[in-house]
Write a protein that binds this ligand. Structure first.
Ligand code: C2E
Ligand code: CA
Ligand code: CA
Length: 874
């Protein structure tokens, strides 16, 4: 029994195992997808071939068996087959990657050939493994083709694309990415995406990239900036997704970027421009309402920061003469930096080298669009710390003179491009205009309250101050004294030494009085050679008579010097007292004046007011009666004084001036009777007559065929205040379509200002019926610029006193120039009155004055003479 014998049992099991193994290997041999050929190493004969080899070479099993390798047709052409065999016998191993065999049908087949030799039960066997490479090559070609196609699609895609590894290094990238960044694809393959990302955007991109790698997000999208190889900035819309490996872990990253630089720049441009517009409109609104320069600068800076979103703003104002900084206004958070800037600008050594200094001296805006790298900036590092990246300095220029500069600091690089700059230059122009306007207004306000020659208060301001002193006197229960001082024979000095010397002397008198009074606020110049002085507190028991005498003595003893000559002046003084004489400033003033008039006629050096002085009404009564008679007898006449256009030299209008043709005294000037007409109310009737007469003359000249000239008629305040005035103009005075545009009313400035709101309404109604309006005696009343711009008027007449002052003093000239440019900026026509000399005319022409009126061209003349001398036929 086989199973009874252990050895037998063993060998049976062994042979069984062998058989199993052999059949297993056989099956392997039969089904292998490689060709296998077994050779006897001693005889070189083929011992076996597997079906696969039979299939690829086309020879039958029998055609192989027992043949030597080189005897089989497939190998026959291969000359090295013998050498191969020899080599195998020697080394036991041989390998060819590309061996050319031939199939039975004559097709050549490339194969990979690997052979080994081994011992098999004492026989050396050579096993050759043969694999066709045709298929592999075909596969390789397919892969190559597909890669090529993929590459073409990749490169032709409209978007920049790259495949990145987990570290963010680029594995491959396409042409659009190369074009977008300026780096070649080869250069890109050695870079990480952070290498060409805009430094400030690296962190936000890296954070998202890391989240992607940690599997927290499947993809992300962001707008970010890259830096082109040449340094410029690129905006891109980036889309990043991850490719997972078989285990679901991140393997590669696909990044797709769309170049949105153009759109982004347009967006930024709009954003920047919107901010500049906000500043512009804010400041323009400010200019209309602001009344002083401090507020203008403060508010302008605030608007720049709050509405414009700028980091800081600064206004520097310099003295026009010395160019030294006189004020610096700023807004913005970084106080420390602002202080540094201010210190540097205030230092006379450094300020001219600053951008502010350069912009002011060059009169052109200066831009620094990358302040950190601008060598012109001393504080570039400090700016960067404070967040400033670019800045602009705009010079402020008022009639060709630099008055200061306006600086804006932005937190963005490259903020100030052409369009921003254009708007900001416009803005600087607006601010300069406002500075100019405010300064002119200050000057006019000054004029309204101060005497331009001596700098003392004028009558208006003086009376205002006295009113305040009266208020305290009332509360303090004490007395107050007002002194009216009139220089003796001053007119003589003026006539013999000239106006300039006269003026110089008046200035010295004002200085002396100021010194004596100890307080300039107690004094005023109230007339050509008249001064007033208030003593706010008169102590009980104090001797005013003694005070006046001492004052006059000291004045008389003082040597005034003029052109190396010594002058000694004397004066008369009139005094009035509160509360003894009057309870208000105006009346006190009137009484002090009355006292001095009395002193002049009586020869006293000074007089205290007494009631008798104002009771002199007798003379007045007779004048009143005379005027009533004159009115009944139609003794009033109108004379006409031509107005001449300075550019064309033509007569463009005339002013009608009333005279009283007194049968006894001859022609009486209006100054002698108009106050009485006003006091008695006769002005209504006479004024109506003057208007009707002017209209009649105008219509007569029109009918006779003369070229029309506008006739201006003076209107008294009382007439204007009369509620029926407008109706009269249309009714009794007979204004109709024939007179449209032919009539102008001259109304004195002080009158309009007395009741501005009421008068504005009346003036509007007058203009509505085709009558133009001129402000008469401009410069002598209270002119607030803000009102002037609101007044419905057409023409501004500069008062004669300014015209005569113009050639004499440079301040006078400056003032007339100011008035003219101010009027023109308000679109008003300017007429200069009382032009007596060629010099005045030439100066006025230089200053662009529109028309002149005065003795130089003609005195006022009767209507017939005006007609024959100045009117021309159409
Ligand atoms: P006004 O309106 O300022 O008139 C200009 C005055 O200056 C006129 O004085 C005129 O003769 C004078 N004038 C003109 N050119 C020169 C010049 O080159 N040098 C000098 N030194 N004076 C010149 P007039 O005619 O004596 O009139 C004085 C004022 O009487 C006028 O001042 C005006 O306010 C008032 N007035 C005249 N006519 C009327 C009228 O019909 N109604 C009313 N309510 N007032 C009138
Ligand atoms: Ca006038
Ligand atoms: Ca006048």
């Amino acid at each position: 029994m086989l199973s009874d014998h252990p050895a037998q049992l063993n060998s049976d099991a062994l042979s069984l195992a062998l058989r199993v193994s052999e059949s297993r290997y056989r099956r392997l041999f039969e089904t292998a997808q490689d060709g296998i050929l077994l050779l006897n190493a001693n005889t070189a004969q083929i011992e076996d071939v597997n079906p696969y080899l039979i299939k690829i070479l086309g020879y039958s099993h029998a055609e192989f068996l027992g043949k030597k390798l080189w005897e089989v047709g497939a190998f026959a052409d291969w000359e090295e087959s013998k050498e191969l065999f020899a080599k195998l016998q020697a080394t036991g191993y041989v390998r060819y990657d590309d061996l050319p065999l031939k199939s039975k049908s004559g097709e050549s087949i490339a194969v990979e050939f690997v052979s080994n030799s081994y011992d098999c039960e004492g026989v050396k066997v050579i096993q050759c493994n043969i694999r066709s490479t045709t298929e592999r090559k075909q596969n390789e070609r397919l892969i190559r083709d597909s890669e090529k196609r993929f590459r073409a699609i990749f490169d032709q895609a409209p978007l920049a694309m790259a495949l990145l590894d987990k570290e963010g290094s680029l594995i491959i990238s396409n042409l659009p990415l190369s074009r977008m960044t300026g780096y070649s694809n080869n250069e890109l393959s050695k870079m990480k995406f952070s290498d060409f990302t805009y430094p400030e955007d690296i962190d936000k991109d890296l954070n998202r990239f890391n989240e992607l790698m940690e599997g927290k997000i499947p993809a992300y999208q962001m707008e970010k900036r890259y830096v082109h190889k040449d340094g410029h900035q690129i905006w891109a819309n980036l889309f990043v997704t991850v490719l997972l490996d078989d285990r679901g872990l991140p393997q590669d990253v696909i990044a797709i970027a769309e170049d949105i630089t153009e759109r982004k720049q347009a967006e930024i441009k709009i954003k920047f421009l919107t901010r500049v517009y906000a500043v512009l409109s804010g400041i323009n609104a400010l200019i209309v309402r602001v009344r002083n320069c401090d507020d203008l600068f403060k508010e302008a800076c605030r608007i720049v920061v709050e509405k414009g979103g700028f980091l800081m703003a600064l206004v520097v104002i310099v003295d026009q003469g010395s160019k030294k900084v006189i004020s610096i206004t700023s807004a913005g958070k970084d106080e420390e930096l602002l202080t540094m800037i201010k210190d540097r600008l205030s230092s006379s050594k450094d300020s001219s080298n600053t951008l502010v200094g350069l912009a002011m001296s060059g009169k052109k805006p200066i831009v620094s669009n990358d302040s950190l790298h601008d060598p012109r900036l001393a504080f570039r590092k400090k700016y960067a710390e404070s967040g400033v990246r670019s800045l602009v300095v705009l010079p402020l220029i008022v009639s060709v003179e630099t008055v200061g500069a306006f600086s804006l600091y932005a937190s963005e690089l490259d903020f100030f491009q052409d369009e921003e700059l254009n708007l900001l230059t416009e803005l600087a122009g607006d601010i300069s205009f406002a500075i100019d306007h405010i300064r002119k207004q200050d000057k006019l306000n000054y004029l309204a309250y101060y005497d331009a020659l001596t700098g003392l208060a004028n009558r208006t301001l003086f009376l205002e101050r006295v009113s305040q002193h009266i208020y305290s006197a009332l509360k303090g229960n004490h007395k107050l004294a007002m002194f009216f001082i009139d220089l003796d024979r001053f007119k003589n000095i003026n006539d013999s030494h000239g106006r300039i010397s006269g003026d110089a002397l008046l200035v010295q008198v004002a200085e002396w009085l100021t010194c004596y009074a100890g307080d300039v606020n107690l004094l005023a110049r109230v007339g050509a050679d008249h001064f007033a002085f208030v003593m706010p507190v008169v102590r009980p028991g104090s001797d005013l008579t003694q005070f006046v005498e001492k004052l006059m003595q000291a004045f008389m003893e003082h040597p005034f010097h003029l052109n190396d000559a010594v002058f000694r002046l004397s004066a008369k003084v009139g005094v009035s007292l509160f509360p003894n004489d009057a309870a208000d400033a105006e009346t006190l003033f009137k009484y002090a004046e009355a006292a001095i008039k009395k002193a002049k006629t009586s020869g006293d050096r000074y007089l205290f007011y007494t009631r008798k002085m104002t009771n002199a009404v007798a003379g007045k009564l007779t004048l009143e009666n005379q005027l009533r008679q004159a009115n009944n007898n139609e003794e009033f006449v109108l004379h006409y004084q031509p107005k001449v256009n300075l550019e064309t030299g033509k007569v463009t209008g005339a002013e009608a001036l009333i005279r009283w043709n007194d049968p006894l005294k001859g022609l009486v000037p209006p100054g002698n009777f108009i106050p009485m007409l006003e006091e008695t109310g006769m002005i209504y009737e006479v004024g109506r007559w003057a208007l009707r007469k002017a209209v009649t003359d105008y219509l007569h000249w029109q009918a006779a065929g003369f070229a029309a000239v506008r006739i201006a008629v003076n209107v008294s305040p009382l007439q204007l205040r009369n509620p029926s005035f407008i109706d009269e103009l249309k009714g009794k005075i007979g204004l109709d379509s024939n007179t449209q545009g032919g009539l102008e009313l001259e109304i004195t400035e002080s009158l309009i200002m007395a009741d501005v709101n009421y008068n504005i309404a009346t003036l509007k109604a007058i203009r509505a019926i085709g009558i133009t309006i001129a402000i008469d005696d401009f410069g002598t009343g209270f002119s607030s610029l803000s009102y002037l711009s609101k007044l419905p008027v057409d023409t501004l007449k500069i008062d004669r006193s300014f015209v005569s002052d113009m050639a004499a003093r440079s301040e006078g000239l400056a003032l007339v120039s100011t008035i003219i440019s101010l009027a023109h900026s308000l679109k008003l026509k300017v007429v200069a009155e009382g032009v007596e000399t060629e010099e005045q005319m030439n100066l006025l022409r230089l200053l662009n004055c529109d028309e002149i009126q005065g003795f130089l061209f003609s005195k006022p003349v009767p209507a017939e003479i005006f007609e024959s001398k100045f009117l021309t036929f159409l």
